[in-house]
Design a protein around this ligand. Structure first.
Ligand code: NCD
Length: 341
């Protein structure tokens, strides 16, 4: 895997392989010093043209845990504000010798376009309504951690499917891994066609709550709506919000998930988000491990001739005679700098 642009590119076996590599990364993350030398000498740059808290920090900490050097491109303080094109920005970054570019952009297709312009690996961190593959992987990982596998599990995805790259990515990943997906949304918040997906659809949240293993709530994507698609947020909350009474109707062991950022009081009641079966912070923690796995797989040994420390999971003696695998766990320095202006 050179790039990760879309869940579409991943067969079931590829998804399972990423989840297995994530297990190793969780093990690294649980150590006293959560660091391994696998990507030492590699540079990962994040290029975020759209707001983000968790995804950006998550990729950054994933790269650092694998001892890569990281750079972050702050669009708000960069030459983008002087009219520089994405292509020129990418060429500038590439000239500095980057190995991977993590891209978020409000337009669908930008990461794929960048992948055509550069020799570096490109990881899509969210493009418009289109895809957010690492979110789908971390969500699949979270479900698998609780249930052992997604096979036969029923996942309701509730809310603004139409504007959600998270929904598009999750539907593909979950169904490919054997789960049954039920979309719960008003018709105005569904995409024009559901044709490529093997999903059920309902407008009646109450009718599905007792049968699901996972209730996955989406944020109302107000910044991506340019017309009134719901009468009011209050009415939306009354019909599709997970309040305490609805959360009580979920079966024993059913999980409540949300990709964040949550609009408490809109799609999820504030106290419901604090329940023990709401695994939002577990999703965030798993996000770091999944992104470690993805960076490792796109930058891993197959791509370039690497120093032995980076041949990761296989155990090779390192410079101090230690096991230099991902499980090696030696502290290394990473450096962060900002590209811009
Ligand atoms: C999502 C995104 O940006 O697509 N957030 C995230 O990455 N955790 C979902 C959202 O913004 O609602």
């Amino acid at each position: 895997m050179k790039h990760l642009l879309s869940v579409d590119q991943l067969e079931r076996g590829d998804l399972e392989e990423i989840l297995e590599v994530t297990d190793a990364m969780v093990e690294v993350s649980n150590r006293a010093i959560p660091k391994a030398p696998a990507l030492r000498g590699r540079t990962v740059v994040s290029l975020f043209y759209e707001d983000s808290t968790r995804t950006r920090l998550s990729f950054d900490s994933a790269a650092k845990r694998l001892s890569a050097d990281t750079m972050s491109f702050a669009v708000s303080s960069s030459s983008v504000n002087k009219g520089e094109s994405i292509r020129d920005t990418v060429e500038t970054i590439e000239a500095m010798g980057m190995d991977a570019i993590v891209v978020r952009h409000r337009s669908s297709g930008v990461p794929a376009q960048i992948a055509r312009w550069t020799d570096a690996s490109v990881v899509n961190a969210g493009d418009g309504w289109h895809q957010h593959p690492t979110q789908a992987l971390l969500d699949a990982y979270t479900i698998r951690s609780r249930f052992g596998s997604l096979d036969g599990r029923v996942v309701a995805i509730v809310g603004d499917i139409r504007h959600s790259r998270v929904a598009r990515s999750n539907i593909e990943a979950f169904t490919r891994l054997g789960a049954k997906v039920v979309l719960v949304a008003p018709p105005t918040l569904l995409p024009a066609t559901l044709a490529p997906w093997d999903v059920e659809v309902t407008e009646d949240l109450d009718s599905v709550l007792g049968h699901v293993d996972v209730c996955y709530l989406l944020r109302m994507q107000r910044e991506r709506m340019n017309e009134a698609l719901i009468p009011s947020l209050r009415e939306y909350t009354a019909r599709f919000g997970l309040d305490a009474a609805r959360a009580d109707r979920l079966g024993d062991g059913a999980l409540i998930m949300h990709p964040g950022p949550m609009n408490r009081g809109v799609e999820i009641a504030g106290d419901v988000a604090e329940r023990p079966n709401a695994v939002v912070t577990e999703q965030v923690a798993n996000g770091v491990a999944v992104r470690m796995a993805v960076l490792f797989l796109v930058l891993g040994p197959g791509r370039h001739a690497l120093p032995p420390t980076a041949t990761a999971i296989a155990s090779e003696p390192g410079p101090q005679g230690h096991d230099a695998s991902v499980a090696g766990g030696r502290e290394t320095d990473t450096h962060e700098s900002e590209v811009g202006a």
